[in-house]
Design a protein around this ligand. Sequence first.
Ligand code: ADP
Ligand code: MG
Length: 261
Amino acid sequence: MAELVVSGLRAAVGGKEILRGVDLTVRSGEVHAVMGPNGSGKSTLAHVIMGRPGYEVLGGSVTLDGTDILVLEPWQRAAAGLFSAMQYPTEVPGVALDDVLEEALAAVGRGGDDVQARMRAEAERIGFDERFLHRPLNVDLSGGEKKRNETLQLGVLRPSIAILDEIDSGLDIDALRKVARRVEAETEERGLGVLAITHYRRLLSELRADVVHVLSRGRIVATGGPELAEELESTGYAGFADDEAEGQVDVMPGLRESFEG
Ligand code: ADP
Ligand code: MG
């Protein structure tokens, strides 16, 4: 049983406070969708949880199974069972996908002779061309291929909690169905917990959300069941803006210093 707890999380990037107090808990087997307007902080939330450099945590906490993960390096967070599929997967020339996965599994003592076979099985399952396994990570891949690449990594690495940042963007309808079903199977068979950032309800017709959150200007302004995603599809976000009129506030320099390092 895994549990990711985000509590009162406040974070800044480029000197601006973007996350202004986010609370959510994702447990094994649960799918939480995070929806919200462009620029509301969805990707920032994913990056801060995963420890991407350049983001300053100003307050609050993130724990995985009770352990503070904000003090860990990104690779340590991955080794602890966290996985993140990025909205814009990074191209890494000169480093092949299969080498990355072999190293990642070996680092947590889960390497072995069957890794190549597992990668091929995962590729087949989501319709990802096997030859990409030996090619430089994400280089010259289409948007949809990059998303399948991320999904393949999830299937091979078998994290306990996965953050999927717009895994549906760029996927055609058939690929979207395969990717969503692949992740759904992980939740059912292995109890994967998922935080799925998406703009579209159609991802959630295969990857069934237990909870839907609306993030607006760095705060969760509504939480509900799957019906909330339906509602958003017809109404948009107009009814969910938070009530403060002022824009995002600059982080006070003193405050920023106290959290650096
Ligand atoms: P979302 O994923 O919800 O569309 P993001 O989390 O990507 O939103 O971005 C939230 C806000 O943070 C946006 O206003 C964006 O312009 C700003 N932002 C993101 N990254 C940076 C950065 N490196 N420097 C300055 N501002 C940034
Ligand atoms: Mg984003």
